[in-house]
Design a protein. Structure first.
Length: 312
């Protein structure tokens, strides 16, 4: 490793603030969010039909995973809830709209793909429930623009009260392509999405947690595959690119974490470029990164993890 990089890493290790993060350009290529998720082992390939089925099942369950296969009941089953307006008519309506969406995607997009994004196991209860899965669908238009669809992500690992505002989401999902075919397809997709009305979904519910969110789909587009994914994940709340608040600034000014965060910021701003501080949420676990680019094109910094402990 370059002596200059080793020196920088040695200084960062002195803070002992998290796991060291190193991205070597010569091995992994240029850095981006999508490559990072793949490199960390959080991504596996799937199929569009399976993604649509999972999105639909999430609405059927009313929970972020299927409680039928869980030994812990972190939320009441749909039939046990009060004031739940779910019925057979709504169920069939959902099926029709999701099938229409899948048909449109297959007819309108080339190179149609699907992926499952999943974090690491929650060490507090991984033996008692199925692993969380987050499906996304991607495809290309005739103009070679990329379109990505992603559902809402509930965040119980970092700051569950921090939700994307509608205005912010509209900026992320706005179609900026000048290609008419891309504009038309995005509008057709969004027309169906608007008909799939958001449904209330529960995360950890019992014992006063009562965490819930409204499940809906977001459509983002870009000329680059990785950028379309990044925009969709930001709209869904899985990715927060303003992670400095989550990682450091929630602490009081007298807290060592807050003080170290200030020192780290000064050091990294001085010796690294293109600073990035962001977090991923995978429901009740999450990852955070505070990194910057070196003069050699490598990326170094810190990696953090967060876990929600369910204590019924």
């Amino acid at each position: 490793m370059n002596p200059e990089i080793q020196k920088l890493l040695g200084t960062l290790e002195f803070y002992n603030h998290g796991r060291m993060f190193v991205w070597k350009k010569s091995i992994k290529g240029s850095f981006n969010i999508w490559k990072l998720l793949i490199s960390e082992g959080f991504v596996r390939e799937s199929e569009p039909d399976k993604a649509i089925k999972h999105w639909l099942q999430t609405e059927f369950w009313g929970t972020i995973t299927n409680l039928k296969y869980n030994d812990i009941q972190y939320a009441p089953l749909r039939r046990e809830r009060e004031n739940d307006d779910w019925n057979n008519y709504i169920r069939q309506e959902k099926i029709n709209y999701y099938q229409a969406l899948l048909y449109l995607l297959k007819q309108s997009l080339q190179n149609l793909q699907a992926y499952v994004i999943e974090g690491f196991d929650n060490s507090y209860d991984s033996d008692y429930r199925v692993r969380f899965e987050h499906y996304i669908i991607l495809g290309q238009t005739q103009s070679k623009d990329w379109i990505c669809l992603s559902p809402t992500m509930i965040d119980q690992s970092w700051d569950f009260s921090n939700r994307n505002e509608n205005l912010y989401i509209s900026l992320l999902t706005a179609c900026r392509s000048e290609n008419k075919d891309t504009q038309d397809i995005v509008e057709k997709i969004n027309k169906i999405i608007r008909k799939i009305k958001p449904r209330k979904i529960y995360g950890h519910y019992d014992c006063g947690y009562s965490y819930s969110y409204y499940h809906q789909l977001f459509c983002a587009s870009s000329s680059k595959k990785n950028k379309s994914i990044e925009l969709a994940l930001r709209a869904s709340s899985m990715l927060d690119i303003d992670g400095k608040f989550t990682l450091y600034e929630f602490c009081s000014e007298d807290d060592d974490i807050y003080k170290d965060g200030k020192r780290i910021k000064r050091f990294m701003n001085r010796y690294l470029t293109k600073r990035k501080c962001f977090t991923f949420s995978f429901w009740d676990v999450g990852c955070g990164y505070d990194i910057g680019r070196t003069s050699t094109g490598d990326w170094i910094g810190f990696e953090y993890t967060s876990e929600f402990m369910y204590n019924p």
